[in-house]
Design a binder for this molecule. Structure first.
Ligand code: ADP
Ligand code: MG
Length: 357
């Protein structure tokens, strides 16, 4: 087996928080010991409700934010651990595409200058060579080179995101970290950008860390899916398994409302019941236990670690007992799983009523 292109291990970002009392500061665990691998040419989608730590993870993997702990290996080299010239060279391999192209492109620079800037920074050729590369980049993302003298505001939202993608590709990275790259765009434009990203991936052999909110888009883009909850990955694995047979109750909840592409957008914030607790003061044991239909006393005290279930991994101490199938009716074994789920649920309600009586 060849080494993965990207190996993220125990990556964490903690922020000090003023607690407002005399006992000093507390810590907000925005990202808490996240690990995943990505092979060359593949896409891992990172999903979860807003505030779960997706952008913080993205910014660390792109080298824009220093981790509190953990390693980020690209081709075996830890980019979190190196400094100076070597860091500079390593970071060229990983580039980021942001959610809002208007905010991430300098409004006062012409597109030609925006695309040339990373080439200058990384010492790419002379002026003529850079100009040629900039024109090539415009073609690569489906824009006309006649438009190089325009400013960002003279383009549509979709075209601006094409410029954001071209800028990220300028220095020929191997890995793109895309933080909700289509969330700010009209639905009709989203598909064009998604298709462009898929084309570029196969043409250039790129790997993607694809941060997403929209599960219909994830279904289209991803090879692997990692689900985050309050700073931790609670389930990950190949896309088909995660969509068809999610093991973790949170993933089951999140994915039970996935619409088909074309029938509307999935919004995890609406699919999941209950409030998301604060990462400053997360629930004990399994962070998800207050919202979980299957939680027991042990879930309140035990921090669940990721455990293997075939090709997928889930961090739930009851994952063995909980039926693996999602609530999509087309999934194999749907009826049996639904019946099994109802049985467990009724047993639980029964024991809770007994406990309260
Ligand atoms: P997501 O992208 O999944 O919505 P983020 O990674 O942006 O989540 O944020 C994760 C958590 O970290 C949130 O609770 C957010 O408020 C907090 N956070 C992000 N950046 C900072 C910061 N610079 N200082 C303090 N807390 C932060
Ligand atoms: Mg975000």
């Amino acid at each position: 087996m060849t080494e993965p292109l990207l190996q993220v291990e125990n990556l964490s970002k903690f922020y000090p928080v003023k607690s407002g009392n005399l006992f000093g500061s507390r810590v907000m665990r925005a990202v808490d010991s996240v690990s995943f691998n990505l092979r060359r040419g593949e896409t891992i989608a990172v999903v979860g409700e807003s505030g779960c730590g997706k952008s913080t993870t993205a910014r660390m993997v792109s080298g824009l934010l220093a981790p509190t702990a953990g390693s980020i290996r690209v081709n075996g080299k830890n980019i979190a651990g190196v400094k100076g010239r070597e860091a500079f060279a390593l970071r060229r391999q990983v580039q980021m595409v942001f959610q809002d192209p208007m905010a991430s492109l300098n409004a006062r620079m012409k597109v030609g200058a925006i695309l040339e800037e990373p080439l200058i920074i990384h010492g790419h050729g002379n002026r003529a060579a850079r100009r040629q590369r900039v024109e090539e980049l415009m073609g690569l993302v489906g824009l006309r080179k006649e438009h190089l003298d325009r400013y960002p505001h003279q383009f549509s939202g979709g075209q601006r995101q094409r410029i954001g993608i071209a800028r990220a590709l300028a220095v020929e990275p191997e890995l793109l970290v895309l933080d909700e790259p289509v969330s700010a765009l009209d639905v009709s434009v989203q598909a064009q950008i998604i298709n462009l990203l898929k084309d570029l991936q196969s043409k250039l052999g790129l790997s993607y860390v694809f941060i997403a909110h929209d599960l219909a888009v994830v279904k289209h883009m991803a090879d692997h899916v990692a689900v985050m909850y309050l700073g931790r990955i609670i389930e990950q694995g190949p896309k088909a398994q995660i969509f068809d047979t999610p093991r973790h109750p949170y993933t089951q909840m999140l994915f039970s409302a996935v619409p088909q592409i074309g029938l509307g957008r999935a919004n995890p914030d609406r699919a999941v019941k209950g409030e998301m607790p604060s990462p400053v003061n997360p629930p004990s044991g399994c962070h998800f236990h207050p919202r979980c239909a299957y939680s027991t006393d042990a879930c309140r005290t035990t921090r669940p670690e990721l455990a293997d279930f075939g090709a997928q991994q889930a961090a739930c101490i009851r994952a063995d007992e909980i039926p693996a199938y999602a609530t999509t009716q087309s999934a194999p074994g749907y009826k049996e799983a639904a019946a099994q789920r109802m049985k467990i649920y009724h047993e639980m309600i029964g024991s809770r009523q007994q406990a309260e009586a």
